[in-house]
Design a protein around this ligand. Structure first.
Ligand SMILES: [Zn+2]
Length: 60
């Protein structure tokens, strides 16, 4: 399965357009973090993630 990462919010999705912020997505990303509870996740806070799901660590 091919996954793209949103350039704006780093959300991982199979779509060409981010379902969260409607930003453009790219197949060029490295690493990911799965956020189950954004309010309790330090990584989510650091990255500014407010929704649960999978997010790329680095998006080019
Ligand atoms: Zn997005």
């Amino acid at each position: 399965m091919k996954l793209n990462a949103c350039k704006e919010c780093k959300k991982l999705t199979e779509l060409d357009i981010c379902p969260v912020c409607k930003g453009r997505t790219t197949p060029h990303w490295v690493g990911f973090v799965a956020v189950a509870d954004p309010e309790r996740s330090e990584i989510a806070k650091k990255m500014g993630i407010a929704t649960k799901g999978k997010f790329a660590l680095k998006v080019r």
